[in-house]
Ligand binder design. Structure first.
Ligand code: 5FX
Length: 535
């Protein structure tokens, strides 16, 4: 009797959508599908998956939206005939830092899920805070200052947790909720991350937080991978019992709940592997194994990341996380908030909303834009921290100017994004030998050309733009293998036979030289803005 193929499913609960990718044991993608929050679940009235609040700093998403999206996506998958009954393990990715606030009815409701009713109907009453603060929130400046004061400064917080106190990081969001909604905090039995919450739905119980996503909270001792005993009381009282355990990212967290077997047609022996953050999952999906392999993810936020054997925490920028694929390793990352939405705003204004026109216009100016530098802060920026939104332009002589021509503008936005990533990546120990591009914007060759020239390295593209859900599927396979043999299997063995990435573009040495020369002036301009000055 021939055995049926075994499949591995990765979910990605991202800012704007919920996606699924299924791979076979040879890592071939056999199925993909997505639900878009704004378009497919319009009753939640999100824009780009989120609600922006009137203060301009607070950003949340209705938590029940993610619950509804899981059932909707699974219904679509079943309708498509996706091989759900042959999925042997599921893992997932969640937008980092977002928190889910569960009350004392939550665990019972999760355990008792009945297949005859939707998740949304059964779980609508389990939240102590209905709207999850997400990574775009920058409203916790006060709480960050208090944490740094309590722990002995920014460098000390970075040494302990991997990052200085950071506004979107979950611990500071927890401190804010404790201070502003004390009754809701009191009524909270468990605080989950988006990642561990989605895993909780699947196992029908509270799922642990994995060490890689746990590092994005300012609460975990980065080296010990345990809750940092000094950080917890400086954040909120009786926090440890509300956070549950931290596990290594490859850990099997339990069997799939019967709800999904009965309602959606999974097999009863399907396992769930700890979910992790979207950037950690992308690191897995992009198979970043060699030092010098850096990923550049071009999405709602732009991130640059790679693996390190020793963390180099910095008080001024970037983040160190635990590796999602090696319990002894680390990953370094920088995150820019002004990514796709900022590029698109310039495209809409200067190139009539068309990428084709944008690319044609880009070819009309030389690399370096004749010394022009533009810094576009549509949203308060994370790297470097620039709170004041606005657009800042400087001519070749370094003087502030009010505007650029349209062709100069399209080049300026890309060059400043990539120069900023080069500069700050270098500051956190990321030394590029090649870049692997992913995310929605990685399909644009003109954009990759600018990246290659700025960094001076070839740029490869992952076949699929969506590396987070793919990485989650790889991690499902990795966790499944580790459980099968009862020890940690090197992640490299999981992808040993996968098709290599395609090289999209080689750098042009002359153009790279122009950017290297421009970088010192770019750094000065950026530093002045981050320090509160403006053009
Ligand atoms: C990383 O620190 C971030 O805040 C973002 O990249 C989110 O993870 C996007 F989901």
């Amino acid at each position: 009797m021939s055995e049926l193929p075994r499949y591995f499913l990765g979910f990605d609960s991202s800012t704007q959508s919920f996606k699924a990718t299924i791979v076979d044991e040879g890592l071939k993608v056999v199925y993909e599908r997505a639900v878009n929050f704004d378009a497919d679940l319009p009753e939640f009235k999100t824009q780009g998956g989120v609600h922006r609040h009137a203060d301009g700093l607070t950003v949340t998403s209705p938590t029940i939206l993610w619950v509804a999206a899981l059932d909707l996506l699974l219904e679509r998958m079943r309708g498509d005939g996706a091989p759900l009954a042959q999925v042997r393990a599921i893992s997932g990715s969640g937008q980092q830092h977002g928190s889910v606030w569960l009350n004392n009815k939550a665990q019972g409701a999760l355990r008792g899920l009945a297949a005859g009713r939707t998740l949304r109907e059964q779980l609508v009453g389990i939240f102590s805070v209905a709207d999850s603060p997400i990574w775009m929130d920058s409203s916790t400046g006060e709480q960050c200052a208090a944490l740094e004061k309590a722990l002995g400064g920014a460098q000390r917080v970075a040494e302990l947790t991997g990052s200085r106190a950071t506004e979107r990081f979950t611990g500071n969001q927890i401190a804010k909720i404790h201070q502003t909604q004390p009754q809701a905090y009191e009524a909270t039995a468990r605080i989950a991350l988006v990642s561990s919450f989605m895993a909780s739905l699947l196992i029908g119980d509270f799922a642990p937080i994995d060490a890689s996503d746990g590092a994005g909270m300012n609460l975990m001792d980065l080296r010990l991978k345990k809750w940092a005993s000094e950080a917890l009381p400086a954040t909120a009282p009786e926090l440890e019992r509300r956070l549950g355990a931290i596990v290594a990212s490859h850990t099997d967290v339990g069997p799939l709940h019967d709800y999904f077997v009965k309602r959606h047609g999974f097999a009863a022996n399907c396992r769930v592997v700890a979910f992790s953050g979207d950037n950690p999952c992308s690191l897995a999906g992009l198979r970043l194994a060699e030092a010098g392999d850096l990923a550049i993810s071009l999405g709602t936020s732009d991130t640059l990341f790679g693996t390190l054997t020793e963390p180099k925490p910095s008080a001024s920028e970037g983040h160190m996380f635990a590796s999602p694929v090696d319990p002894d390793g680390y990953m370094a990352m920088i995150c820019r908030k002004n990514g796709s939405l900022t590029r698109e705003a310039v495209r809409d204004r200067a190139a009539g909303g068309s990428w084709e026109t944008f690319n044609t216009m880009l070819a009309q100016t030389p690399p370096g834009n004749n010394g022009r530098i533009g810094i576009y802060v549509r949203e308060a920026e994370i790297t470097p921290p620039i709170q004041r939104t606005g657009e800042y332009r400087f001519n070749g002589a370094g003087r502030a100017v009010g505007s650029f021509s349209n062709v100069e503008e399209v080049r300026a936005v890309l060059e400043s994004q990539f120069m900023s990533m080069r500069l700050h990546g270098q500051n956190v120990g990321l030394k590029p030998a090649r870049l692997i591009a992913t995310g929605g914007a990685s399909v644009n060759p003109a954009l990759l050309r600018v990246a290659a020239d700025v960094f001076g390295t070839p740029v490869y593209v992952a076949g699929k733009a969506d590396s987070a859900s793919l990485g989650a599927a790889y991690r499902a396979l990795h966790g499944f293998r580790c459980r099968e043999v009862g020890r940690v299997v090197p992640f490299q063995l999981v992808f040993a036979n996968a098709t290599p990435f395609r090289k999209a573009v080689d750098p042009d040495a002359a153009a790279h030289g122009v950017y290297t020369e421009l970088l010192a002036r770019f750094e000065e301009v950026e530093r002045a803005l981050a320090g509160g000055g403006a053009g």
